[in-house]
Design a protein around this ligand. Sequence first.
Ligand SMILES: [Mg+2]
Length: 122
Amino acid sequence: MNKIKTILIVDDEQGYRDLLHRALSEQGYTVLVAAGGPEALDILKRDEVDIIITDMKMPKMDGLDVVIASRQLRPDIPIILMTGYAVEERVQEALARKASICLQKPFQMKELETALQSFLIT
Ligand SMILES: [Mg+2]
């Protein structure tokens, strides 16, 4: 049986936050949302989070910054990247830092679910 886990969504676009929040909540996950890196780090310090799904292109802190800062707090936490028009070099560096999977926006929910299953069902 799939244990319910907590997912932190980080995206500067409210539409994506709402979409993912709704879809993942319906699947039984506990979902926390952050509109940017600083907010995401506050949540990571405060709450139990099992996996991070972060947008790459965001103001102030981009996805790579989120990966770097999150790893300082939680070295082993899995991170899924979502990219739209992100700078390719930033994406590659984030992947090099073990952000495990990169989903190209717009993606099918099934793709995200497959990515999650690879981490959550063990
Ligand atoms: Mg964005």
